[in-house]
Design a protein around this ligand. Sequence first.
Ligand code: HPA
Ligand code: ZN
Length: 335
Amino acid sequence: MDLAAFVRALPKAELHLHIEGSLEPEMMFALAHRNGVRLPWASVAETRAAYAFTDLQSFLDLYYAGAAVLIHAQDYYDLAFAYFTRAHADGVVHAELFFDPQTHTGRGISIETVLAGLERAGAEAMSRYGISSRLIMCFLRHLSEEEGFATLAQMLPHIGRIHGVGLDSSEKGHPPAKFARLFERCRELRLHVVAHAGEEGPPAYIVEALDLLKAERIDHGVRAADDPALMRRLAHEQVALTVCPLSNVKLCVFDRIEHHNLKQLLDAGLKVTINSDDPAYFGGYIAENYLQSARALGLNAAELKQIARNSLEASFVDAATRAPWLARLDAMSST
Ligand code: HPA
Ligand code: ZN
């Protein structure tokens, strides 16, 4: 089996995927046309050409502009079902999807509209492909904690429809500590907790996400490598990092994939997973992230299996659901 086929055959979970970040330019233009929304670009080609980012913020500005074409439940369905179709082709057996309610409610779209479309796609993904999925709502950290509380209040009537909360958007200057009370309330509601930390922000933000938000996984987390004590802690506590190699290169966290520290994190015993973040913007879905990492960093089959295993173990499904996936993974040859 060649490497690409091996990577696709690995049963894996995707744990770091912003559903708004799977909006391909073709669909962006189709939805803009369907909904009468004006985009700042004249064509699909011009849009793709604008995807030359210098940092996280330069991406976010464009990403929020693109999300403006999402209006009706059908749009959210089309977006998410297209993602599940690609994920299935990549060997994803389970996906925990991030969505940003504030990106939509801020434009007058109701939470019900967003949830209805995403849930119908999730149900269809299960019946057509056998992929299970969960929804994790992320708070935009450039907004205030008070605005986060207002969003949580809007979500309360629907709280059983989401599985957890996360924290995303502009990291620098918006430490996890800003949201300590909000996340405490979310934990009281028995929601799972994850947070972006250590993508562009310092290792101290990872420590805050763990200690103040009680994050169960860290999204990105690559800057942990700057703090040896934190590295030892992450290895000891086996906190999963949802690493997104192609994202990190596109947003200039690393200058090229050959310089990514994923293997260094893995070799230090951290529970590393590989994910796609915003695949429509960053040049590849999850299998492409595995494949390019394997080629650039020399990951062998046993290491790729370990990464897939980490993703299944770090997902929020129960042990009985996970068991057949792990059995399939164990049955794969490492040679
Ligand atoms: N970082 C922070 N916020 C985000 C990202 C990311 O990589 N993708 C979408 N929102
Ligand atoms: Zn992300």
